[in-house]
Design a protein around this ligand. Sequence first.
Ligand SMILES: O=P(O)(O)OC[C@H]1O[C@H](OP(=O)(O)OP(=O)(O)O)[C@H](O)[C@@H]1O
Ligand SMILES: O=c1cc[nH]c(=O)[nH]1
Ligand SMILES: [Mg+2]
Length: 211
Amino acid sequence: MRTLVVDHPLVAHKLTVLRDKNTPSPVFRQLAEELVTLLAYEATREVRTEPVTIETPVTTTVGTAFTKPTPLVVPILRAGLGMLEGMVKLVPTAEVGFLGMARDEETLDIVTYAERLPEDLTGRQVFVLDPMLATGGTLSEAVKFLFRRGASDVTCICLLAAPEGLARLEKGLGEANVKIVLASIDERLNEKAYIVPGLGDAGDRLYGLAK
Ligand SMILES: O=P(O)(O)OC[C@H]1O[C@H](OP(=O)(O)OP(=O)(O)O)[C@H](O)[C@@H]1O
Ligand SMILES: O=c1cc[nH]c(=O)[nH]1
Ligand SMILES: [Mg+2]
């Protein structure tokens, strides 16, 4: 597993506004989308490409095209949905699959309540979107799910991670071909397993209260 924190003033500034508890949902949604586009620029650095011959108005030249099958983008519902537009803006030919997962806030167990993905992900580059990597329970379940379908190259784009969650993923995924691209590694988890300083419950801040 590899981890990359995107260190850029635009990312840091947008993240600061996102963290602010006074930032309302419409602005939060807009910023989450913009942040993903900035992170996706780095996260797609190793996207598979091949040479393609085209005609410019002047001459013939060799350019770059995505290799088929095209990348698969998988937002983890709910909060990952807030990152989807920012990602597909940058990779418009990507296909999109969905995983619905929620952590029980008491037990921290992960419930997978929805799934719409290709049956066979062999040879597919997969980009998972989830803003929060807290205990790492959700993301490790998601990555294991994708591996069971045959994926072998998974990049997770998150906004924030706790060191505890990253350590859990590292332990569980070790040598696997998984990359985590982030805007920040925060200080720690609190007693309710929320990221500190964090930004609160990402799903609630995007879409309102779940209950
Ligand atoms: O690393 P973990 O401890 O598993 O926590 C992170 C998960 O918690 C949040 O989702 P939540 O379960 O709140 O669902 P939601 O997106 O519907 O709000 C978040 O979007 C992650 O998926
Ligand atoms: O801080 C946290 C932890 C888990 N899920 C969130 O949305 N926020
Ligand atoms: Mg939530």
